[in-house]
Design a binder for this molecule. Structure first.
Ligand code: MSP
Length: 490
């Protein structure tokens, strides 16, 4: 499982946070199923954008990226993003050898050739733009940025050669691009006039990049270098066994502005080098402001994720991003919605359920009694697992999260129905046991969404760790540890 690697030219923003969180949800979900997962993210540190920002700030490019990458790493830790590898494209030990290796393979296959070129370059995208792609003379993703005319002699990658093959692979879902709207966009691009792409830059104009093997005058194009991170991070060029273990990736997760690089350029590079293709490309939507407008400094509507965590806590932000915004379409970020969901779903539903359960058990001796798990709840739990699985498989995470909280509501309704405060003896034991078992499963289920709170639930239930999905039934005699309410009302 991989994410895009971020440009560390500034502080991490909400889009970066959202993507790493979606991937964290997928990774944790599969770990909860007992599967072996490798989650890779990182930073994309070469290119004009980084080079220019460093100049503006009076730093060397290396100083700029070292300072900012530290912030990205701290921030992902803060968000509880549990990745296995953080690959930096300036890493000369892990990244460069694999990039050089793939470059040489493309060259050997005669897919790289030199030619003089003139074009309009968008520094925001780090990409040349054709006339057809412009909206009112500007890049559609960076309307505020002037396009630069660049005239150079560069290496070109023979993308046109792979057009038909790529079309077949994407049409047949051999490389599964989702959602369908993006797949169709890519197929339509592949039906047009697909041109070869510039794959290097003159070193005297842009010294900040990986040198082209055998040519001192050129450095690699930042995307040729960056896309290769998906294989260099797991060992391509430095650990063949590990590479073999993890490649091909099950899924690359990225935003829609970079779908062409991932659905066209990257598989073409792999085809040329004779390396297997990844299985899936998941393209998430963009986060806009509460009114649906793009966030930008000029509009003054930028939401700073660190501030949101400080204000509401990491779990509430994670919950809102995963439950409140659709994973496969654009979504609007609204603090009002975040607060409403926090109070309704986290405080009233999940938090109260834990509090009621632990209080009830505490009052009757503090230990989970011997009993049987209620049949209806058991059935409901099974449905929750299967619906959750469908949602995850369909890249429809917010409905998956809704299913989890639907189970919490069902357990709350069970309390209302059974009225344990009016019961005693065996009947009471069965209800308390069912509540403890239901909550044990809930701590497993909420773990991909709010991991630190899942641990807190497990702890209050008297469990040492958060169990995996569908774990062995909770043991009678387990001593609960009543503690503070899981969430505070905002
Ligand atoms: N460095 C390239 C990716 C190279 S991958 C081999 C890049 N970096 S980025 O920092 O600009 O963006 C990183 C990711 O964040 C991309 O997947 C991008 O789509 C995503 N997002 C950036 N802004 C976003 C939102 N407002 N909303 C959601 N995701 C967005 O592109």
């Amino acid at each position: 499982m991989t994410t895009a690697i971020d440009y560390p030219n500034a502080e991490p923003h909400l889009g970066h946070a959202y993507e790493k969180l979606l991937a964290d949800f997928i990774a944790r979900y599969h770990r909860q199923k007992g599967e072996d997962v490798f989650y890779q993210t990182g930073t994309d540190e070469h290119g004009i954008k980084i080079y220019q920002t460093a100049q503006e700030e009076g730093l060397t490019a290396k100083q700029l990226v070292d300072r900012n990458v530290k912030k990205f790493k701290e921030f992902y830790k803060f968000l509880n993003i549990d990745y296995d590898q953080f690959i930096r494209t300036t890493d000369q030990k892990l990244h460069w050898p694999g990039v050089e290796k793939i470059w040489k393979l493309l060259k050997k296959n005669e897919d790289l050739y030199k030619k003089a070129y003139e074009g309009r370059y968008c520094v925001g995208c780090e990409s040349f733009k054709t006339d057809k792609e412009l909206v009112k003379g500007h890049c559609q993703f960076h309307p505020g940025k002037e396009l630069k005319i660049i005239k150079e002699e560069n290496y070109f990658f023979r993308l046109s050669k792979y057009k038909a093959q790529l079309k077949k692979i994407i049409k047949s879902d051999e490389y599964h691009v989702r959602p369908k709207s993006i797949k169709n966009e890519i197929l339509s691009f592949l039906s047009g006039d697909v041109q070869d792409i510039s794959f290097s830059r003159e070193k005297n104009r842009l010294p900040w990049g990986i040198p082209v093997p055998g040519d001192k005058e050129q450095v690699m194009y930042v995307w040729a270098d960056a896309l290769s991170n998906y294989i260099t991070g797991i060992g391509y060029g430095w650990d063949a066994r590990n590479f073999k273990k993890w490649w091909p990736a099950n899924a690359h997760l990225i935003g829609k502005d970079i779908s062409r690089f991932h659905a066209v350029y990257w598989p073409a590079m792999l085809l040329s080098a004779g390396i297997d293709l990844p299985k899936e490309l998941l393209v998430h939507g963009f986060i806009n402001d509460a009114k649906g407008r793009k966030m930008s400094k000029t509009l003054g509507n930028v939401i700073v994720p660190v501030e949101q965590v400080e204000k509401y806590g990491v779990s509430s932000l994670r919950y809102y991003l995963l439950r409140g915004l659709p994973s496969n379409q654009d979504g609007n970020y609204s603090e009002e919605d975040l607060v409403a969901r926090h109070n309704a779903d986290l405080v009233n539903n999940l938090g109260n359920l834990l509090n009621r359960t632990v209080t009830l058990i505490d009052r009757t001796g503090g230990k989970v009694p011997k009993g049987t798990f209620d049949k209806k709840l058991k059935k409901r739990l099974e449905t929750t697992y299967s619906k959750l699985q469908n949602c995850v498989n369909n890249f429809d995470f917010h409905h998956g999260v809704a299913e989890i909280w639907g189970f919490a509501s069902a357990v709350n309704e069970y309390i209302q129905d059974k009225k344990p405060w009016e019961l005693s003896g065996r009947a009471l034991d069965d209800v308390l046991y069912s509540l403890a078992e239901g909550l044990k499963e809930l701590s497993a289920l909420v773990h991909p969404v709010i991991p630190s709170k899942a641990e807190e639930i497990a702890k209050q239930l008297g469990l040492k760790t958060v169990p995996k999905f569908n774990s062995a039934p909770i043991k009678a005699g387990t001593k609960v540890k009543k503690s503070d309410h899981l969430f505070k009302r905002i």
